[in-house]
Design a protein around this ligand. Sequence first.
Ligand code: MSP
Length: 516
Amino acid sequence: MSKKTFYITTPIYYPSGNAHIGHAYSTVAADVIARFKRLVGFDVVFLTGMDEHGQKIELTAKDKKVTPQELVDNISSKFEKLWKILNISNDQFIRTTSNFHKKAVKKIFTLLKSKQKIYKGFYKGWYCTPCEAFWTETQLDENYKCPDCKRDVKLTKDEAYFFKLSEYSDKILQLYEKNKNFIKPASRLNEMINFVENGLEDLCISRTSFSWGIKVPNDEKHVIYVWLDALTNYITALGYMSDNNRKFESYWPADLHIVGKEIVRFHAVIWPAILMALDLPLPKKIFGHGWWLTKDSSKMSKSKGDVIDPAYLCKKYSVDAVRYFLLRQVPFGTDGTFSFEAFFKRLNSDLANDLGNLVFRLISMIERYFQGKLPEQKEAEEKDKILIHSLVSAHKKVAYNIERLSFSLALKEIFKLVTACNKYIDDTAPWKLLENKNKNIRLATILYNLCESLRIISLLLYPFMPDTSCKIRKQLTIDKTINWEDAKRFGLFKASIPITKQEVIFPRIYLEKEKL
Ligand code: MSP
């Protein structure tokens, strides 16, 4: 029987500056889901990439005295490197300047036009260049600024192509009604219902004021609106409108689009309308996560400075510390403020003290009491049974929370096990058993139970912290194969293989020594 497929995407990134932790957020989250889905047996396609057209890029390139292509080549390669540093397991990396994408977008435009979903008219409205978004007068804020980024907008009047978005209000409301999971979390669904209930206007999908973009077929002075170009990446990446659409047939519709909250509107309103116009199936879920804010509570944004570079954090404090912090610190749907103090606190308490110390204590005891080779012992006492029960039942809670994108709760469940293991050591006080030779069996059993606990913890941690998971497994000489089913069973740890202490997995951070 062929495997069930799972198609997950992140937004594609604007290459107009350096990446910051806000960008890393969508991608790390998507990586956790992709890794988890692969573990539980799905055939996964995980797509990320770059959104490389638009006026903003043309202007930035001019400013930097390079061509737009040089600019996007340079920044795209930095993003690709960043995803490697962050251990992102994407299967595809799309760039909207790729020929295959440009060709497909032109065909999509032509198809929509032939279906009379696109027409030519005049556009008069307010344009926000940094957001690449058009606003009607009523949508502007009280100071006539962009309602999203609060920056200046420009009044523009142009001949332009329009997409008949206004035809889709009812269909989109029906979609929300029928599929309550289409937009998550629920608060974002309510925002979208309000937005659509106010009525949708036709969407201007071409510009003539700049040239860096995909040209409208047979009317080349028009450039296709960057959001139409960008959104369609989710299908062109799978070969839609190409000579080989096998992947598209197998993986579309997407199971999950992960996006930041400010672009839910594009994904939950415009995108389904385009797909409906193309007679294509709709994605199953759009999750709008919260923002990472700077200390003054504004959105961390590459164009505003004061950004935290994820590559720097990874290099200095380890990739898994960053992955852990991003997903543990705040619930995925809400905003969070990044501070080094909070980052170090998490690192020291959860990773260095609780998890790191557990691994270190256990391996030290195995070395000291059994010269690194643990005799296999499995008789369980009451105390052991409680620990064993919490271990073998954890996978359900972890899986449930990952599926709901409640990453913080999933990690909390895993770290409850770490705490339980540390408590088990304190309660059973293995060092006291050593005095009595007969008690060596009990001593070995306790240490065996702890090895087994760490085996299960390493499995559950794998989607979040793949490096750490592998380090723990290596230190305990556990087989490299990660199999989710093995988290459901206790007693798989092979004792008798020698164990030796290696590096400390999470060294403590001393705030006073850090140069920030
Ligand atoms: N190019 C569009 C997406 C097109 S998808 C068809 C775009 N790019 S972006 O580079 O500006 O943002 C990419 C992602 O990073 C978005 O999901 C956005 O919400 C996220 N973040 C950017 N800054 C952020 C924070 N400060 N905090 C959390 N995520 C934010 O939008």
